[in-house]
Design a protein around this ligand. Structure first.
Ligand code: PLP
Length: 412
């Protein structure tokens, strides 16, 4: 990996770190603009996966042999890397999960089932991913809690005055997304967290789209829980983490039962392990956990500020370029955005746009982006979404614009 000097990234060098980018699709150089769904993986991450399987594959923690100790050391090193990445106060506040969805379900099923009951109010927002809606709905159904929803305005910003009105002395939990995957909006989560705490509610922040673009400091932000997925951060799929404040995690019952999460098992009674293992039953994704530290290192070496500067440039360039296409309307025009452009085109279905772009080697996402209530709010069935990462270029955005002109020619 090579980084040119301060705040300027050498995109060509970065692109060489990502083997998958160097291929033709439909006879054209691949343009990968589906980064909000999952980012591509640098060679360092891929090498870490094969390195584990080829060099020290073993189960972790209880083994006393050389390979088991090596695997355990590498596995736990990722926990420390994530602690640093999030600036968590304690390493045992980092629980490995299968991803954001898994982390939210863990909190709903443990904290929720123990501490939330009849008439207690849970606040989410209109722009939540389904993974931050459905687990709370399931909990409400079971426990009789009430789900309340912060509305969004026409730009795709949360309406904070409405949020304040939703807060009552029955508000027990607030669970909101840091950055919208469908619109790109960056929410003012510090304000949201502080206001929730003022009424005594706990807060979960869905950081799935935030971690690759923004610096995260959970001690400064002060959420009770923060969840993210490694695969949206240049890391492997099926791996993520839940950060929780130590005292809150300690008060929560375990979720999945099995090996690793216990201290002692008898048929009469089982006692549970300490944090973080209390929440990590069974053999985890060892290779993926290990490889995640290489993804974090990759991001750290490039520098989040440099990444953000590059992506903001791409966002500005794309916003300008797409706005010049007749009949194209951007959905999500908040002032504070990450590098996601979602749009609709007059008279052309988003699926047709996706297929025709794919025929030109351009990968975008189309549909509701797992945010059906948000799409309903905007009166649309779905959008076409191009989301940019550190290896994307303005030349690729030019290809997208040319591609969209071709879509119009073919469809209208
Ligand atoms: N939340 C947001 C904002 C997302 O963008 C996503 C994935 O697209 C998720 C949650 C779910 O993440 P995962 O599928 O990795 O659990």
């Amino acid at each position: 990996m090579q980084v040119v000097s301060h705040e300027i990234l050498d995109t060509e060098a970065i692109r060489r770190d990502f083997p998958v980018l160097h291929q033709k699709v439909s006879g054209r150089d691949l343009v990968y603009f589906d980064n909000a769904a999952t980012t591509q993986k640098p060679k360092a991450v891929i090498d870490a996966l094969t390195g584990y399987y080829e060099g020290y594959n073993a189960n972790i923690h209880r083994g006393i042999h050389h390979l088991a100790e090596k695997a355990t050391g590498a596995f736990e090193a990722t926990r420390i890397a994530i602690q640093r990445f999030l600036n968590a106060a304690h390493v045992e506040e980092i629980i490995f999960t299968y991803g954001t969805t898994d982390g939210i379900n863990l909190v709903a099923q443990t904290y929720g089932r123990k501490f939330l009951g009849e008439g207690d109010e849970i606040i989410i927002s209109t722009m939540e991913h389904h993974s931050n809606i459905v687990p709370w709905q399931m909990l409400c159904e079971e426990r009789g809690c009430v789900l309340k929803v912060i509305p969004v305005d026409d730009n795709g910003d949360l309406i904070l005055e409405e949020y304040e009105k939703l807060l009552t002395d029955r508000t027990r939990f607030v669970s909101v997304v840091y950055v919208s995957n469908a619109l790109g909006t960056i929410n003012p989560v510090k304000t949201i967290i502080d206001k929730a705490h003022a009424v005594g509610a706990k807060v979960l922040i869905d950081g799935a789209q935030a971690t690759s673009h923004l610096d995260i400091d959970v001690q400064a932000l002060d959420p009770d829980f923060f969840v993210f997925s490694a695969h949206k951060l240049y890391g492997p799929t099926g791996m993520g983490a839940l950060y929780g404040k130590r005292e809150v995690l300690e008060a929560m019952p375990p979720w999945r039962g099995g090996g690793e999460m216990i201290k002692e098992v008898t048929f009469e009674k089982t006692t549970y392990n300490d944090l973080p293992y209390k929440f990590e039953a069974g053999t985890p994704n060892i290779a993926d956990v290990i490889a995640t530290q290489y993804a974090l290192e990759y991001v750290d070496t490039l520098g989040k500020k440099n990444i953000a500067a590059h992506e903001n440039q791409l966002l500005a360039y794309a916003t300008d370029a797409l706005s010049s296409i007749d009949g194209l309307r951007l959905v999500g025009t908040a002032k504070e955005k990450i590098s996601v452009v979602s749009f609709v085109m007059d008279g052309i279905h988003h699926q047709d746009i996706g297929v025709i772009l794919d025929q030109q080697g351009i990968a975008v996402r189309t549909g509701h982006h797992c945010t059906q209530p948000l799409m309903r709010r905007f009166g649309i069935a779905g959008t076409t979404r191009a989301s940019f990462a550190v290896y994307n270029t303005t030349e690729e955005i030019d290809r997208l614009v040319q591609g969209l002109h071709r879509v119009k020619k073919m469809m209208l």
